[in-house]
Design a binder for this molecule. Structure first.
Ligand code: CA
Ligand code: CA
Length: 325
């Protein structure tokens, strides 16, 4: 929790500082960010989007997006493009799944460390700190983990190649998965902004469960950007924070948004899982079987029926809630 507070207070300071710089530079660079819903269930698809503006006009640019879960862990770091990017300050020249020795691989196994090798260069005219980032998803478009490597003051025209390890959880959905390679001036939670468009790295994830082949998606037209991803079935309950940062015309703009991941089985939405939710479940179960109207909230596995599968999910949520997990 301490880490979460530190990260969030850093982001707030950065926003205040960047807005001061924006005023001083009189360019009024601004970035907006919203999550399309205030609250989500575990397993839902989250979409966040926003706009990049300079002097109140939509402007092309790179936007770095960070999502921090309710336990303060960063679950994804992505670079989305708001329009066409010309003359980026850096480039990713290659990125692929590999072994520890940078030998290229096509598949890896859930529950083990995966390795990714990425090569980046500084295309600016002056030395720059470079931070290469790998953000990994499973076959359901669920963000799993990330890794980053920084090198200070990389000369103009030079770069580095690094091999990074990412922990792939055992429960990650197998199939066609994606990682994304990003290049930043630093980690976004340390004020870093994107220097180059990201690259996607397709690979095969061998898992104990097969995913639905539903990748995370991003898109953008001039000034507009959007990112969708799926919440893990085990994502912590509570407030998730999304942080966006961009550098446009030499001015850094950043902002925050948040959404809540709801307690499964909390049908009346009071944040507590108790007898009132059980009564709601039972009443709707009875209604379903007697052909009466029933509430879709109770269909926890979203198969348009109320049966024992929903009861199992409800019971598991009840046990987990009452054991304080
Ligand atoms: Ca409740
Ligand atoms: Ca159901």
């Amino acid at each position: 929790m301490k880490t979460a507070t530190t990260i969030l207070s850093f982001f707030f300071c950065l926003i205040i500082l960047s807005s001061l710089f924006a005023v001083n530079a009189q360019t009024f660079t601004e970035i907006t960010l919203t999550s399309h819903q205030q609250s989500y269930n575990r397993g839902d698809i989250v979409t966040v989007s926003g706009e990049l503006l300079s002097a109140e006009q939509a402007i092309n640019g790179l936007v770095g997006l960070t999502v921090v879960n309710a336990k303060g862990s960063t679950i994804l770091l992505r670079t989305v493009t708001a329009g066409t990017i010309s003359n980026p300050l850096g480039a990713i020249t290659s990125a692929y799944l590999s072994d520890l020795s940078a030998y290229e691989l096509t598949s890896t196994v859930a529950g083990e460390l995966a390795y990714f090798t990425i090569s980046v260069i500084n295309t600016d005219y002056m030395p720059r700190d470079l931070c290469a980032i790998i953000s990994v998803y499973d076959n359901n478009g669920v963000p799993l983990s990330y890794a980053a490597t920084k090198f200070p003051a990389v000369p103009s025209g030079k770069g580095f190649t690094t091999t990074m390890s990412v922990d792939i959880p055992y429960e990650a959905a197998g199939g066609s998965a994606f990682a994304y390679g990003g290049l930043y001036s630093n980690l976004p939670n340390q004020g870093g902004y994107p220097l180059a468009p990201e690259v996607s790295i397709p690979f095969t994830l061998i898992g104990t469960t097969q995913g639905a082949n539903q990748p995370s998606t991003s898109n953008g037209n001039q000034g507009l950007y959007e990112l969708s991803f799926k919440l893990a079935n085990r994502t912590p309950i509570g407030q998730h924070t999304v942080y966006a940062i961009s550098r446009v015309n030499g001015v850094i703009a950043s902002t925050l948004a948040s959404f809540t991941v709801k307690q499964p089985g909390d049908f009346n939405g009071d944040g507590v899982l108790n007898i009132y939710d059980l009564v709601f479940f039972s009443n709707n179960w009875i209604a379903y079987y007697s052909g009466q109207p029933w509430n879709q909230l109770v269909d926890l596995n979203k198969d348009s029926k109320i049966d024992f599968l929903d009861l199992v999910i409800f019971s598991n949520a009840w046990i987990l809630y009452n054991s304080g997990v």
